[in-house]
Structure formats: C-alpha cells, structure tokens
Design a protein around this ligand. Sequence first.
Ligand SMILES: *Cc1c(COP(=O)(O)O)cnc(C)c1O
Length: 359
Amino acid sequence: MTERIFNFSAGPAVLPEPVLAQAQRDLMALPGVGMSVLEISHRSKTFEAILADAKQSLKQLLKLPDNYHILFLQGGASLQFSMLALNFLHQNAAYVQSGSWASKAMSEAKREGQVDVLWSGKSDKYVRMPAQAELALHSAVDYVHITSNETIEGIAFQSDPDFGDVPLFCDASSDILSRPLEIEKYAMIYAGTQKNIGPAGATLVLLRDDQLSRAKSGLHTMLDYRTFTESDSLYNTPPVFTIYCVGLVARWLLEQGGLESMYQRNRAKAAKLYDVIDASSGFYSGHAAADSRSLMNVTFRLANEELESRFVKEAQALGLDGLKGHRSVGGIRASIYNAFPEAGVDALVSFMKDFQSRV
Ligand SMILES: *Cc1c(COP(=O)(O)O)cnc(C)c1O
C-alpha cells in the first residue's frame, strides 16, 4: 500500500479513506453487477439505484424538505454563476461581494441584468463577512446571492443570513455539509463536488420547487433547470462515477453522526490552527477577522514571501502538502475539509510551532 500524505489542497481535495477503499473495491466490478461503476449505463437499474441512494443520503444529512430538488449538473460551480442568472435574473439581483468567488459570480450575472452590490468587502481586501444589519435590502430584487465560504480568502458566514421572502441563492462550494444549514432560508444552494462532497465532475444543486415557475422561458435546454428537475438529472449522460462517490461520502458522513457532529469536529480542527496563529505573537498573522474565520480554509501570512516559501517547502518535506495560498492572495492556506484527518491538523500545529522556534 502506498503511503498517504496530508493533503491540504483547496480542491480537488482529500476524500475519506473508507470511501477510497470502497471505490477501489468496486472499480473492477460492483458486487452482483459484474461491471465497474465506470462502465455502467446511466440508464441502467444499477445506476438508478446509485443515484437514488446518493440523493437519499444527502436528503437525510441536510434534513432537506420534500419541496427541494437535488440535482447533479456539470460545468462546475462556475457554470452556475451564469445558469442561475440566465434562469432567474429578470431585472436586477443583489450580490454580496465577499471575495474572489462572489466577484466571479457577479461578473457573469452582469451579462444578464443589473447587479446591485448589496455589500462589498473589496476595499478591506475581503477580511470579513457582513453582519445581518449590513444586509438590508432597499428595493425589490429578483434574488440575493451570497457565497457562504470564500475559499481563497478563508472567510465564512457564521450563520445563515435572513432575507425574508426574497429568494436567497448561495454558492456553498467549499463549506456545504460542513455544518447544519437552515435550509428553508435558501431558494437555491449549489456547490462543486470536488471540495467537500466528492471528486471533481459534478455540481450539486439544491433547488426549491417554487423557483421553477419563476424561471425564464426559451432557455437552451442544457441551461434550463427544468430540464434536470424533469429528468432527475438524467437528460444527458451524468458523471456517473462522481455521483457514485458522492453517495459514498454522504453515507460516510451519516456514519460519522451527520452534520452536527461534523460541525463540532470542524470547529475543533480549525480552532487548533487559529490558536497557534493567535499565540504566535504576530509570527503568523491570520487573514480573516476573528468573527469571520472559515472552518474550512485557514489563511495566514508570515513576515515575508521568502519565509512563506520556506514554510511551504519544509512542510512539504514532512508530508504536509498543498499549503501554498492561492496565487491571487499569496500566503499560506490550510484547507481542512470534512475528510481532512485531525492527525493532519496536529501535524501542522507541531510544524508551525517548531518552525517559529527555529527561524
Ligand atoms: C472552487 C469554487 C468555485 C469554482 O468551482 P468550479 O467547480 O471549479 O467551477 C466557485 N465558488 C467557490 C466558493 C469555490 O470554492
């Protein structure tokens, strides 16, 4: 067996080992089917069961009410930036510009209609999320769009904001399934699978049924949510292997005690890293304001880039991989999604303390 290292990558990201082991076992032949999950038809009974099972586990995990569709689309979260605007942006929509990903979502929406910037953290370099009091709507909008966790900057909403009856759309690519959600507050939640739910290749979309009647008509088939709600995500060939893995991950999460239990573990893991930062007398300086810290992506800087490259290089030599921050912001980023083991966090904590004591 090849030794596994600690993978702090922001995505595609670490998967639970039992999931990898099961996928490996099923790769030559699914029990009783005699074919690999890579080879089966998406129209087969076997795949129908895999899809139904994945949806059932997600529904159970998220305590998803019956009036939400669970869709698996392609094109990544990035295509959703366009698709949701194509479907639902009639006049104007309000966007919370909380970071790099929110900004990308806004750029696409602007092609379709008017984007009102409800709040922007740009001038502060995206160090925090807005408080509810900063998010008052002053005019009618088609929807509000938020990004629950800004993967690049490492900031996150600490609770679900409330916009009353205004449809709330949320890019939850990097923190979906990391904590319980007040799901009824959202008209739509979407997430690329490759960060916290499985391998790359699909986008999970949770769409409240009442939205469908609000969608524009005359859309291209593949860009119309109704195509996928009406076909149960099977209008064309879906990424069968990814969906199968998402089902395994969802089942693993249920076995771990569900989202409340993951939330506690995620808080404990993140606290260990933030504690080292806070106790370092400024040797490590966190990017996020204390009240907006992400549990999934812990971002910090050292005194200069030279020290940061040395940090990344030495960490890598110890089997701590993927710590280099995103090219747009620099610094260090430790992504510690659901599947990231606590032992890896402990290893990074020791390394950070040791590094500081040596330089
Ligand atoms: C990674 C990421 C995206 C882009 O996802 P793709 O699936 O690569 O298109 C969008 N939003 C957030 C918050 C992300 O973390």
